[in-house]
Design a binder for this molecule. Structure first.
Ligand SMILES: Nc1ncnc2c1ncn2[C@@H]1O[C@H](COP(=O)(O)OP(=O)(O)OP(=O)(O)O)[C@@H](O)[C@H]1O
Ligand SMILES: [Mg+2]
Length: 248
């Protein structure tokens, strides 16, 4: 496995948010991390990227323990974290936002320019926005920029925290298709989503968190059709189905 979490416990002061998580992500997989508000999804990503240090347990990336590393060390090892709420720099242009994503790599100007071309090919809209300031972008454009900036670190593992949040349905479909393409091109993805239905369409496997514990896990196709999953987490889809006329 590329990423392995074992017995991971994370606290905010006296509050224990993760009570012993075990989770695996294999190379080139998309793994979805699902669950309701406050379940611990963002905390899991923050613990992997070392924004928070765990109280106990281990995170292993490509066979190496991340114990004692700083967030900068973790980026340098090949893990990029795109946090909740698209934290782009509003006063910088799109191009400068993207260039900043490459800072941890100590790459040459020529290498960075080549990688800029590659991410702009993935998000063609960014070409026309290149000289615009971050704050002038729409929500969907900011989300694309945040993901593209994460890719500028040339990660082997991309941690995405709710990339669909607050976006119009049509834009969300585009973002999900791009995430699927990123994985096809070889970058492993751990995708946090509240919209389980959406994430399960593109994920290979998924874990469902419930108040800091893994409540369910398995292949995405199994979870999409599992009764337990539908009752608890695919609520709206189930209601739609029940509203349809049924034969006696
Ligand atoms: N900075 C913090 N200080 C104290 N408690 C926190 C902090 N951040 C999160 N928590 C608590 O930790 C738990 C897990 O929060 P987390 O943000 O990981 O959930 P989440 O699954 O990402 O939720 P959401 O879907 O709302 O983003 C919650 O009970 C939350 O209140
Ligand atoms: Mg969150």
């Amino acid at each position: 496995m590329l990423l392995e979490l074992r017995d991971l416990v994370t606290r905010y002061g006296a509050v224990e948010a993760l009570h012993g998580i075990a989770l695996d992500v294999g190379a080139a997989e998309i793994v979805a991390l699902l669950g309701a508000n406050g379940a611990g999804k963002s905390t899991t990503l923050k613990t992997i990227s070392r924004v928070i240090a765990p109280a106990s347990g281990t995170v292993t990336f490509d066979g190496r323990s991340l114990d004692g590393l700083t967030p900068e060390d973790v980026v340098a090892l090949g893990i990029a974290h795109v946090p909740e709420g698209r934290r782009i720099f509003p006063g910088l242009t799109v191009l400068d936002n993207l260039r900043l994503g490459a800072t941890p790599r100590r790459a040459t100007r020529a290498e960075i320019d080549r990688d800029l071309d590659a991410v702009i090919e993935l998000f063609p809209k960014l070409r026309t926005l290149a000289t615009k300031l971050g704050w002038t972008l729409s929500g969907g454009e900011q989300q694309m920029l945040a993901i593209a900036r994460g890719l500028m670190a040339k990660p082997r593992l991309l941690l995405l925290d709710e990339p669909s949040l607050g976006l119009a349905p049509l834009i969300v479909t585009g973002v999900m298709e791009t995430i699927a393409r990123i994985a096809r091109e070889g970058t492993t993805v751990l995708l946090v989503e509240q919209n389980a239905h959406l994430a399960l369409q593109i994920a290979n496997r998924a874990y469902v968190l419930e108040t800091g514990r893994v409540a369910l896990s398995g292949p995405a196709s199994d979870l999409l059709t599992s009764d337990e999953m539908r009752r608890a987490y695919l609520g709206s889809a189930v209601r739609t189905r029940h509203a349809e006329p049924t034969s006696p």
